[in-house]
Design a protein around this ligand. Structure first.
Ligand SMILES: [Mn+2]
Length: 301
């Protein structure tokens, strides 16, 4: 049995790509199951409901198992016992991480907007039947990762995939489909500061230390207006408890591509010069991968 496992703190792409990659492996005649490393966010719950698909089961460890990784290739985002697993495959659209394998593996790493775009192309290439639920999973994940095609990570391949998948999914009004998805994506009602920071938090090793960069996608920055102090306090707490050199969270208005960065830690002083009126605003910044994190690496170096 091959376990297909997305990254820690799973987003919609990570969950949907685990489910779809499992179908690809099954179509090859292999036994496979999708697993997840954490709770589903609201957007993912909404997508699974639309598709009528069960969530992957919780991953309880991969030691001694054969696994595929989807949507990452970093040890920090893998199950803690990944070094005791046999990695057979990777499907990803991030920079190449630090995973090592013992045996040759199948790796599909493309610079596109979403792991599901790669999977869609693999399914086509291998002439695997694309069911309506699979199509909904894939197109939702692509629209989520590319923020409805607005992200600079979006490529022609992502657009082509969604256009084709909309037919399999029998979606006739794509604008309404995107709107409903983005409403689910930006729903943060009732979440605590700690839950918000945790929502989409990624850890990176950098210059011998650990840093974290979270992102909260919003319909307007006003959604978190009353929570700035609590969010900053949570970043400070994480630095103290986990020995991080830097903890940050991007507050991104996905309708205007304006991002406010909250940040704490020993290295925070390196960024103060970019503040205006006590705020660090990143204009035209939607993507952590292509914009936020590359800029931070340059500033923190
Ligand atoms: Mn992704």
């Amino acid at each position: 049995m091959i376990q297909v496992v997305g990254h820690k703190n799973p987003d919609s792409d990570s969950i949907c790509s685990a489910l779809v990659a499992t179908e690809l492996l099954k179509a090859r005649g292999l036994e496979a199951k999708a697993v997840r490393q954490g709770e589903l966010n609201r957007e993912t719950q909404y997508i699974l409901e639309q598709a009528g698909v069960e969530a992957p089961e919780m991953c309880t460890g991969v030691a001694g198992e054969k696994i595929w990784l989807v949507d990452y290739s970093d040890v920090a985002q893998a199950p803690d016992d990944v070094n005791e697993a046999e990695i057979l495959g990777i499907v990803d659209h991030h920079r190449l991480g630090d995973i090592m394998t013992v045996n040759p593996l199948e790796a599909w790493i493309w610079p596109v907007g979403c792991t599901n775009t790669i999977l869609f192309n693999l399914l086509k290439m291998e002439q695997v039947e694309i069911t309506r639920p699979m199509a909904i999973l894939m197109m939702s994940a692509i629209l989520s990762d590319t923020v409805g095609f607005a992200s600079p990570t979006c490529t022609e391949k992502d657009k082509e995939a969604v256009a084709a998948l909309a037919e399999y999914a029998e979606v006739t009004d794509l604008d309404a489909f995107i709107k409903n998805l983005l409403i689910a994506k930006t729903d943060i009602e009732g979440l605590s500061a700690a839950q918000l920071v945790e929502k989409d938090l990624k850890e990176y090793p950098f210059n011998g230390r650990q840093v974290v960069v979270g992102q909260i996608e919003l319909a307007t920055l006003e959604q978190v207006e009353g929570m700035i102090d609590a969010l900053e306090a949570d970043l400070t707490r994480r630095c103290e408890e986990e020995g991080l050199a830097f903890a940050s969270v991007m507050l991104t208005d996905i309708t205007t591509a304006q991002t406010r960065l909250l940040y704490k830690g020993e290295w925070a002083e390196k960024l103060v010069k970019h503040e205006k009126d006590g705020m660090l605003m990143m204009e035209n910044t939607l993507s952590r991968k292509k914009q936020g994190w590359p800029w931070l690496q340059q500033e923190l170096a």
